[in-house]
Design a protein around this ligand. Structure first.
Ligand code: KIV
Ligand code: NA
Length: 272
């Protein structure tokens, strides 16, 4: 069997061929991602993408474990990383350890991801020293949407130092990589040059050591959500809409099921 990608492999890719990362929430999608990506992320974006929540704040440990188990069944080669949900790690390093341990023990994931810069550095160090690889996440941190006042670009102008210091802090705390979300072009390049761990951009720039997107976004599974940083590699939402419309029309016209979809009362010859 193929050896799965581990934290040390990701670290070793600093400055090399860009790391490819996508989210997955289900076994079949995880299989598709596993065939092409270095990292499969069970993002807490699943709260909004598959559960219809307004933000990621309502996502629970139970949701992350349920989807994490499903994704693990479809993952054999890529590194499986699971997001720690809002409220599961911020109180104390001990709380973070207990919940990270649970995510790893119940899903078999190789690492956890948590949001926050300088203020989470102590927690990141605590986990890493105890055997839990941590992917950090700075810039726009969606769990802080209420404090940040929306899903805005982070680190423009005089705000650049803050995001730079957050990235340096999580790298020095021992994170094996850091997501830079909605960080402008030049700043994401300077952070990538400055920190010793791979930067993984989303709404950042091609200077990062890797890229991540939400799978459903890049597949075009939505018709209404089109942020600037999401390139659509497919229009699966349109395809699904057309398929469902065709099914509905055929059912109403009694054209589906046709004879080839129906089981005969008597078996003649070799029929299933
Ligand atoms: O929740 C998520 O999907 C994420 C990635 C987009 C980085 O955190
Ligand atoms: Na997330």
């Amino acid at each position: 069997p193929v050896r799965p990608v581990m934290a040390a492999d990701i670290l070793a890719r600093k400055g090399g061929e860009p790391l490819v990362c996508l989210t997955a929430y289900t076994t079949p999608m995880a299989r598709l991602v596993d065939a092409h990506c270095d990292i499969t992320l069970v993002g807490d974006s699943l709260g909004m993408v598959v559960h219809g929540l307004p933000t990621t704040l309502g996502v629970t440990m139970e949701m992350m474990i349920l989807h994490g188990k499903a994704v693990a069944r479809g993952t054999s080669r890529a590194m499986l990383v699971i997001d720690m949900p809002f409220g599961s790690y911020e109180e104390s390093p001990a709380q973070a350890f207990a919940n990270a341990r649970r995510l790893m023990a119940e899903t078999g994931c190789a690492a956890v991801k948590l949001e926050g810069g300088r203020h989470m550095a102590g927690t990141i160090r605590f986990l890493v020293e105890r055997g839990i690889p941590v992917m950090a996440h700075v810039g726009l941190t969606p769990q802080a949407v209420n404090a940040l006042g929306g899903y805005k670009v982070q680190g423009r102008g005089a705000d650049a130092d803050r995001v730079m210091e957050d990235a340096i802090a999580v790298a020095e705390a021992g994170a094996f990589s850091v997501v830079l979300e909605k960080v402008p072009d030049g700043l994401s390049q300077r952070i990538t040059q400055r920190v010793a761990i791979p930067t993984i951009g989303i709404g950042a720039s091609a200077h990062c050591d890797g890229q991540v997107l939400v799978l459903d976004d890049m597949l075009g599974l939505f018709t209404d959500f089109r942020p600037k940083f999401v390139k659509r590699y497919g229009e699966l939402g349109t395809a699904a809409d057309e398929a469902i419309a065709a099914y509905a029309a055929e059912v109403r016209a009694r054209r589906f099921p046709a004879s080839e979809h129906v089981f005969p009362d008597e078996l003649k010859g070799k029929q299933p």
